[in-house]
Design a protein around this ligand. Structure first.
Ligand code: G6P
Length: 611
């Protein structure tokens, strides 16, 4: 969390930085701040969104061709002006921005306080810049060395940028555990938490590795390891278009991303399925084909929406590949002593590819000898660089904090993986595979059709926008869809919502049902249809309001539910890809009607780089 951006070159730094901060705001929006050098080192910071910072500085002349900015997701210290980044050293000659957590900041702070350092904020970050200053004072080291030495003393995760009043043609950046990309221009360099602030200026980027420190000047760039050895940077070409980062006529990124799903699912399958030949090809994991034949178990680790995708994956992989699957919250998995062997395959799912808990779960499983696959959306992020192999979702940048198109793309990849593994292990017949892949190939069109219910869903949203609670129920692979529907609603509209397996309702949630309680059922025509109908009746008997997602042409549920939303008929295996669409739209419209900021829900961030 927290977004950082820096610039050194020949252009005015402020417009580049502020635009970059807007792009990175998905990472946190508790406060924002900038540091610029224009004759002297200046700092401006403000609690609130990037636009609040813009308003705050609008009458100030902001010159300078070197600078940096930060948008914060608060960890240590309340989200106020004082705790906003950048933070300064005691002598005001150094400024720092930071994404991550310095875990041993308490002990370092105590030592520094005893030496007379005075702190102005409650943050861990301020401690680091005082430490650099202290090392300079004590040892006389130059700034480059002092920063490097300071970093050897901190425990935790960081992506930092430091500026100095004494060296106004230098930006020092470093990373360990938090992402950082350098944009390489002609006579200019950019630095940011991801490539989105950089893409319009250059497509040449370097992804900084853990434990690297970069020294950026207008005319050159030097990257060293924390142990002081010079590194040879690997410059890559960005595959990112500017249009992907804009709303393209939609009111919100979330709505744009919901509507992008026919395309994103198609992009995800492109070149990977051959329906007529009954073949799935996944280049990213093909080296592990033999291994897949002999795995004992698959463990899926993920957080949030990605964890829900993992649960759908469990149904698909067990059904088709006949391998036992366990799905774990990454944050729980790492804090017990899980039994993992070399015959296990761990699949880590992450949209951002940066989630700290998922990263840590991967490290743990790696230590124990498991093979690790990644399913990620952001190309070049930390998780795809840590895993042994993987499959990108290719959904394109997802900017709305609530995940939509990334979820359906993750489910699509898991579907492909299930068939791929089944193919290798001989647990599916060729004719079945042809049948399934032919249907899978038509899913983008069926998603397009599901989106046509938007106006009807808006009418339903109007009826339930003032609810305080909502239940989401489904069975089989529609249970994780119910969880995802509940998560979407609660995270963007702040309505309390729970997802449950429909049959579990009678073991508790049924007590909540009265004539104030909307209950959303996924009641499509599949193997549990009849059972779900019984659950609907149980809710109706207690005067609950039923909104049912049904298969096109259904008449039975229509007769008992208050509202139905139709989705096209498809294979049972692919229902999650379609049933999710109306739930996303329902959450979206309710949140808009309640006046919520759907793209930036309170307290959340898109990329969670703290544990
Ligand atoms: C945050 C985001 C969620 C996301 C989760 C996991 O909580 O707000 O949308 O599902 O992190 O993120 P990942 O990038 O690992 O999928």
């Amino acid at each position: 969390m927290c977004g950082i951006v820096g610039y050194i070159g020949f252009r005015d730094a402020y417009p580049i930085i502020i635009k970059g901060l807007h792009r990175l705001e998905y990472r946190g929006y508790d406060s924002a701040g900038i540091s610029l050098f224009d004759k002297e080192l200046k700092v401006y910071k403000k609690a609130g969104k990037v636009s609040d910072l813009e308003n705050f500085v609008k009458d100030i002349d902001l010159g300078g061709t070197i600078g940096m900015g930060h948008t914060r997701w608060a960890t240590h210290g309340a989200p106020n002006d004082r705790n906003s980044h950048p933070h300064s050293s005691g002598n005001r000659k150094l400024t720092i921005i930071h994404n991550g957590i310095i875990e041993n900041y308490g002990i370092i702070k105590e030592t520094l306080v005893n030496k007379g350092h005075v702190f102005k904020s409650d943050t861990d970050t301020e401690v680091l810049i005082h430490l650099v200053e202290d090392i300079q004072n004590e040892t006389g080291l130059d700034l480059r060395e002092a920063v490097r030495v300071a970093l050897t003393k901190v425990i935790g995760a960081y992506a930092i940028v430091i500026m100095s009043a004494d060296e106004p043609d230098l930006l020092i950046a470093a990373r360990k555990g938090s992402p950082m990309v350098i944009g390489v221009g002609k006579g200019e360099y950019f630095i940011a938490s991801d490539a989105t602030p950089i893409v319009e200026y250059t497509k040449n980027v370097i992804y900084l590795n853990d434990n690297e420190v970069a020294y950026l000047r207008r005319e050159d760039l030097l990257i060293k390891n924390i142990d002081n050895t010079v590194q040879t940077p690997y410059i890559q070409k960005l595959d990112l278009q500017l249009e992907m980062l804009e709303k393209g006529g939609y009111d919100h990124f979330m709505l744009k991303e919901i509507y992008e799903q026919p395309r994103s699912i198609r992009d995800c399958m492109r070149g990977r399925i051959y329906p007529q030949q009954g073949k799935v090809q996944l280049g990213g994991i093909k080296e592990y084909t033999e291994k897949l034949k002999n795995i004992d178990r698959i463990i899926i680790v993920a957080c949030g929406t990605s964890w829900h995708a993992g649960l759908v994956g469990e149904y698909l992989i067990e059904e088709y590949a006949r391998v036992p699957v366990e799905v774990e919250y990454a944050s729980e998995f790492r804090y017990r002593n899980p039994i993992i062997t070399e015959k296990d395959l761990v699949i880590a799912i992450s949209q951002s590819g940066e989630t700290a808990d998922t990263m840590a779960a991967i490290e743990l499983a790696k230590e124990k000898g498991a093979t690790i696959f990644g399913i990620c959306n952001v190309v070049g992020a930390s998780i795809p660089r840590t895993t042994h192999a993987g499959v990108y979702t290719h959904a394109g940048p997802e900017i709305g904090v609530a995940s939509t198109k990334a979820f359906t793309a993750q489910v699509t990849v898991l579907t492909l993986m299930a068939f791929y593994i089944a193919q290798q292990r001989g647990t599916i017949t060729q004719s079945k595979l042809i049948e399934h892949l032919t249907e899978l190939n038509s899913i983008p069109e069926l998603v397009e059709r599901a989106l046509k219910s938007n106006d009807h869903i808006k009418e339903i949203a109007e009826k339930f926008k003032d609810s305080t609670n909502c239940l989401f129920l489904g069975r089989g692979s529609s249970f994780p869809v119910a969880l995802e529907g509940a998560l979407k609603l609660k995270e963007i509209s702040y309505i309390h919502a729970e997802g449950y397996p429909a049959a579990e309702m009678k073991h508790g949630p049924i007590a909540l049902i009265d004539d104030d309680m909307p209950v959303v059922f996924i009641a499509t025509k599949d193997s549990s249809y009849e059972k779900v109908i019984s659950n609907i009746q149980e809710v109706k008997a207690r005067k609950g309001h039923v909104i049912a997602i049904v298969t096109e042409g259904d008449t039975e549920v229509k007769g008992m539910a208050d509202f139905v939303i139709e989705i096209p008929q498809t294979d049972e295996a692919f229902v999650p890809l379609l049933a999710t669409i109306p739930l996303q739209l329902l959450a979206y419209h309710i949140a808009v009607m309640r006046g919520c900021n759907v793209d930036q829900p309170r307290n959340l961030a898109k990329s969670v780089t703290v544990e």
